[in-house]
Design a protein around this ligand. Structure first.
Ligand code: ZN
Ligand code: ZN
Ligand code: ZN
Ligand code: ZN
Length: 540
């Protein structure tokens, strides 16, 4: 081999390496597409879950028609087809059965997506109106048909008679669904990536889509089950798990649907709900989405006040959940800004940057915050292994009801100076001060209502008047009495603008999140409002 040939082959080698590098970078840019669109444009796959999620927890395999046992059965929580978890059935199901289309380019409608058998209990045929009861067919197996989008159900015969080739109208919950043809994806000029560019509102009356965000790390499986059940009724991508990045990804859908308003169902505790409402505020989504609640936390104070209950329903019924959300009214909820400025009594006096925390439910200083603080510390310790909601409640109650010495909480009035609407307030001997936006504190304790008993002049709580009600608590035993409705809080006053000078380190909490606060100048005032959905009690 002469020198020229060696040079040539080296050049060829470098050339092909470079070409490979470019190809690699190109493929990577394609793979690293925007999350949303990579799901949209990818192959439409089923989303398999154990059939234990479903109340009935039994059904027939759509592939081999044999009855499924709960341990060997899977169902797709998007379209509702069933299969054995054995590869023979599951692979065929993946190959031969369509799931809901996530994204349809250049279309203006979708077809019904018919799924054979395994109908929910007690559904009625959209053709003849009779109940679609499996047992009227003589041999067991797949019976009846259901559309995975509009949820219409038919008897076998009625289904074959009816003309069902036309477009699907998305059924009862059409005003809550993002149709797969409403997404517009585009590539930006400086990147090959596809991203969700916009959402074209569909031609559906009163369309106000629902975004579902669930905290699946709250100790029980309820959050994950809510997601699975609602995915079957809505577009699968509008139903999302709260990731470590927070609700930002989910709220992009609301931002893109603007100027159309959205509804948001948050399945989680008070902390998760606050996180979602803070993110809506930070992203400046206009119009503001209205937030509905599925209570999964320990306190659930906002959920109680807005009519969503103290705990999730024992049986999760997706139709019931969606109907309540539609029935609920959108109302304003004050968003108080808690501005904390740390103080140093040292020369030269330095000004610290002001830290702002949003408060929706309540803010407090003293013994109740100390209890919550200890409760959180216990939960974070390595000795804390159980994570059931019931155990959390027990632990909370134990901390609250025992006459624990909370160092730093006796005579808290000596450590604070309180101004209500710029007037200094003389405080009696206290162990806690509580500022309420909503009349539910510490898992359902109604301080305003309790203070109105025995013919006192009534204090009316409003969640949207920009006013905080201020109460005092004498001891941790007093908290236990209040929780049992056998005592009254000390009335301090009402105010729109609150200032608190803190002279020594004291425990504090805002919406159930506790911390220790050193000397500081604190101001509390409502500067904006969130939108929430309130469910009024029905007469039935
Ligand atoms: Zn099978
Ligand atoms: Zn599917
Ligand atoms: Zn349909
Ligand atoms: Zn029928």
């Amino acid at each position: 081999m002469d020198v020229a040939t060696i040079e040539l082959s080296v050049e060829a080698l470098i050339g092909s390496l470079l070409a490979l590098g470019v190809l690699f970078a190109f493929c990577r840019s394609l793979l690293a597409e925007d999350y949303v669109i990579s799901v949209l444009s990818g192959k439409t796959r089923h989303s398999w879950k154990s059939i234990k999620v479903i109340e009935q927890a039994s059904g027939f395999c759509n592939v081999c028609e044999i009855l499924l046992t709960p341990s060997a059965g899977l169902f797709c929580d998007c379209c509702g087809i069933y299969t054995h978890s054995a590869p023979a059935c599951q692979r065929r199901a993946d190959r031969e059965y369509r799931c809901k289309d996530k994204w349809l380019r250049n279309e203006t409608s979708v077809r019904h997506l018919w799924v054979h058998g395994n109908l929910p209990m007690g559904v009625h045929c959209s053709d003849c109106g009779e109940e679609v009861d499996h047992h009227i067919s003589t041999d067991p197996g797949l019976y009846g048909w259901r559309c995975a989008w509009c949820q219409r159900c038919y008897h076998n015969d009625c289904h074959s008679r009816a003309d069902l080739k036309g477009a699907c109208d998305f059924g009862e919950f059409k005003d809550m669904i993002f149709p797969p043809y409403s997404f517009v994806a585009a590539r930006t000029r400086d990147s090959m990536r596809l991203h969700l560019a916009s959402i074209t509102p569909p031609d559906i009356e009163n369309w106000e889509p629902l975004i579902v965000i669930a905290n699946t790390k709250s100790g029980s499986s309820t959050g994950a089950n809510v997601l699975s059940l609602l995915r079957g009724y809505l577009h699968p991508l509008q139903v999302m798990e709260l990731g470590s990045r927070g609700p930002q990804d989910a709220l992009q859908w609301a931002a893109k649907a603007s100027p159309r308003p959205c509804r948001i169902l948050v399945a989680g505790g008070d902390g998760t709900i606050g996180w979602v409402m803070n993110t809506i505020y930070a992203l400046n989504i206009k119009p503001q989405p209205s937030v509905a609640i599925m209570p999964l936390g320990t306190g659930n104070d906002l959920s109680r006040v807005l009519g969503w209950g103290a705990e999730p329903p024992s049986v999760l019924d997706p139709v019931k959940i969606l109907r309540s959300i539609r029935r609920a009214r959108s109302v304003n909820l004050d968003r108080f800004d808690l501005q904390i400025e740390k103080l140093h009594y040292r020369l030269p006096i330095q000004r610290h940057p002001i830290k702002t925390i949003h408060v929706y439910n309540y803010f407090s200083v003293g013994v109740d915050a100390a209890i919550t603080y200890n409760f959180h510390k216990t939960r974070e310790s390595r000795f804390y292994l159980l994570s059931s909601r019931l155990f959390n409640k027990l632990l909370y109650f134990t901390f609250g009801s025992q006459q624990v010495m909370q160092p730093g909480c006796e005579h808290i009035e000596e450590k604070l100076t309180l101004y209500l609407d710029n007037k200094p307030v003389q405080l009696p001997a206290l162990q806690a001060l509580v500022f309420l936006n909503i009349d539910s504190w510490g898992a359902g304790c109604k301080l305003c209502t309790l203070s109105n008993s025995n013919g006192e002049p009534r204090i009316v709580n409003s969640i949207s008047d920009g006013v905080m009600e201020v109460f005092g608590i004498v001891s941790s035993f007093h908290i236990a009495q209040l929780q049992c409705n056998i005592s009254k809080p000390v009335r301090i006053g009402q105010a729109k603008s609150i200032r608190l000078m803190v002279k020594e380190t004291v425990p504090m909490q805002a919406d159930g999140e506790p911390w220790m606060q050193g000397p500081s100048d604190i101001r509390l005032q409502s500067r904006s409002q969130a939108r929430v959905l309130k469910l009024d009690a029905t007469s039935t």
